[in-house]
Unconditional design. Sequence first.
Length: 243
Amino acid sequence: MSGMGEFWSRRAKAYGAGWDREEKQRELVAGFVARQSGAVLELACGNGRVLRKIRDRNPALLLFGVDSNARMIEEAAARVPDATLVHADVTAVEEVFPGLRFDVVYAVNSLHNLRGRPEIDRTLETMKRLVATGGYVAFDVRNALNPFISSAYARHRRDGLQFFPASPCRVLRLFPTTEFEVIEQRPVGYASLAEAGVTERGILHRIGYAIYLRLTRNLLLSPYLLYILRRRRQRRSPSMRLA
């Protein structure tokens, strides 16, 4: 098993149990998806926490999930037994569900764990192909323009872990406005020192973190960025009549 495989297998049961920025994103995505209808696919579904939130809100949805970690899939199957869950690499999802199109395709707290920026791009391209006309794509990225995210992930990679930020502009260029409409772009961060869990730290740390929070509550520098896009319905070309 690879280093990242072992990393996630050890965390399969407990991952996502706390409250942090990732949990805020889970709640935001689950709330949006649960208001839709039809078939929903989560790429890198992990231990199924988001699928469970969606199922609790909307029992009528058809839920599908794919993850490359067998332990995570086991936990997801226990948490959401009526979902269709497959142990497979997200890059092979079109082989798993050949010819299927979904009303919602999403990936939350997962793209930064792929094997580099080219694989992030390929996965987003796959999501584009998997979503039906009029359907939604939802995902988040770790913002490469945030210097703390970029430096922290560089340290992780030196330690042998796969964590890759992405450029917001580069990501959006993959979704041409002729095909996709941006429904929401949302910076996701902590709203206060209390939410960040630093109220017991020293005064200088609290002051510095308060400045950081103020500077990063925007689409330019937010550490996490959440996107929701809709595939446009194709307009019919006006009919032409011969004179």
